[in-house]
Design a protein around this ligand. Structure first.
Ligand code: NAP
Length: 463
């Protein structure tokens, strides 16, 4: 895959980048290792100050960074600005709380003194996706740098300018030059990097295929990794729910980032007595969304990030329709393209779509739909809702709507997911751990758990 900025709204190539040469890559690895030897000795106060500075650089460049994201991967500008704001929050969170999370933890034993100490591991490779090109990186980098590790970023090939801008942000904030570096390389270089002694660990956010490939290389070289992979999150609405609130959240949860979010609600599982009303109200919400140029403030839904993502999504939708699913709305990308202004007609636009009444065996059963497509299922009762929710190989997040406390308790206990949100949409929050089970990955980001993923948890025992 070429490393290039191609505007997803117009299809125009704005800039291409030469990948790092072998010598260039070698120099960056050397610098990372040399920097780590000094950086690990810096004080927590110093690292906290640099993270505070990074937050300021982000705030000062908010519009510029947001526009970069929109130009490279097509998210509406307002969402891109909100993403920069969230990066500010995560930098400040670890700057403020990092020392507390990394402090020695005394443990009473038969020793005169025994405690747990958290120490950095070294250079951590971050393989990151394009869908939240700033947030995904900052939620790795802020805790990793606070803990004394150094970061090497292999970003998705379609967001090179975001990748370079993030490196620059950490430099401007005052971090040493080798503390955070961007590697403009293709994914074919990742396995070899896992074999390199200068890299101690890795984190990958992306598809199952990419995760499996990194895990194989990490397994071969016995290196620690964290994987944040795909999801087909259920959004359960029971008869007792506040229907208006549930529908409003459902539309937001599905359409966030034009549908390209790992924790977007993808399967809507609704109890039969309210299923028809839910379908009609959700369709009305989707109808009101404005699709178009993501740089315009009134746009709700932008283009998909690449033509390949559009094709994959459309293949899944057409397979469902062909096998007998009912189209509530949308489903035909060519129609929407002819309705757009001429300069957007080569963009990767997909219409908000709702499908329902699936016969068994369609892609809706098991696959992740990465775009603005809602899959509606109706079920008779709570046990069948939970059974359907748990019936995929994923386990990232789950949202459930009910006003009955017993139902809420059962959902909390029985949903197979890294997170359960009752009467709210699934979202990441720096204060709460984030991650999945089953084929959605392993390990956690954010919270105190996230900063403990890339540290040596050292036991100290003194007689
Ligand atoms: P992707 O193709 O897996 O790409 C993600 C990153 O992995 C990119 O940097 C990519 O580089 C790299 N990559 C691809 N194949 C690789 C391989 N064989 N070995 C090593 N690296 C490889 O994923 P995507 O399609 O861009 O992103 C969408 C997926 O990410 C969805 O499944 C979504 O659910 C998931 N996601 C999960 C989370 C979470 O927190 N759980 C968050 C966001 C997204 P190139 O660009 O150079 O190919």
């Amino acid at each position: 895959m070429a490393i290039a900025t191609i505007n997803p709204a117009t299809g125009v190539t704005l800039q291409t980048f030469a990948p790092l040469t072998e010598a260039g890559l070698e120099a960056k690895l050397e610098l990372a290792q040399r920097t780590f030897e000094q950086y690990r000795k810096t004080s927590l106060t110093q690292r906290s100050d640099w993270l505070q500075q990074a937050a300021q650089v982000l705030e000062q460049g908010r519009k510029h960074f947001a526009k970069l994201m929109t130009l490279e991967m097509g998210k509406p500008l307002a969402a891109a600005m909100a993403e920069v704001d969230k990066c500010v929050v995560v930098c400040r969170y670890y700057a403020d709380r990092g020392a507390e999370f990394l402090a020695d933890v005394p443990v009473a034993t038969d020793a005169r003194s025994s405690f747990v100490r958290y120490q950095p591991l070294g250079a951590v490779l971050a393989v990151m996706p394009w869908n939240f090109p700033f947030w995904q990186v900052f939620r790795f980098a802020a805790p990793a740098l606070m803990a004394g590790n150094v970061g090497l970023l292999k970003h998705a090939s379609n967001v090179p300018q975001c990748a370079l801008a993030i490196e620059e942000i950490f430099h401007k904030a005052g971090f040493p030059a080798g503390a955070f570096q961007t590697l403009l390389i293709g994914s074919d270089k990742v396995a070899a990097l896992m074999a390199d002694d200068r890299i101690q660990a890795a984190t990958l956010t992306g598809s199952e295929a990419a995760g499996a490939s990194l895990a194989a290389a990490a397994g071969q070289h016995l290196k620690k990794i964290v994987l944040e992979l795909g999801g087909s999150d259920p959004f359960i609405v029971l008869e007792s729910a506040d229907l208006e609130a549930a529908v409003a959240a459902a539309a937001t949860a599905r359409m966030l980032n034009s549908g390209q979010s790992c924790i977007a609600a993808k399967r809507f599982i609704v109890q039969e007595p309210i299923a028809a009303a839910f379908e009609q109200k959700l369709a009305a919400k989707f109808q009101s969304l404005r699709l178009g140029d993501p740089l315009q403030p009134e746009t709700d839904v932008g283009p998909l990030a690449t033509p390949g993502i559009l094709q994959d999504l459309d293949k899944q939708v057409q397979a469902c329709i062909h096998q007998g699913a009912r189209v509530v709305m949308g489903g035909h990308p060519k129609v929407i393209q002819t309705q757009l202004p001429p300069d957007l007609q080569n963009g990767n636009f997909y219409p908000p779509t709702i499908l329902t009444d699936f016969p068994p065996g369609t892609p809706a059963d098991q696959e992740e739909f990465f775009g603005p497509v809602a899959l509606l299922f109706s079920v008779p009762d709570l046990p069948s809702a939970i059974h359907l929710a748990n019936s995929t190989s994923f386990g990232l997040g789950a949202s459930a709507w009910t006003t009955n406390l017993d139902e809420a308790a059962q959902l909390t206990e029985e949903l197979q997911a890294g997170a359960v949100f009752i009467n709210g949409l699934v979202k990441s929050d720096p204060r709460l751990p984030f991650g999945g089970i089953k084929r959605s990955g392993y390990g956690r980001e954010l919270g105190i758990q996230g900063i403990h993923e890339f540290v040596n948890i050292k036991t100290v025992w003194m007689k």
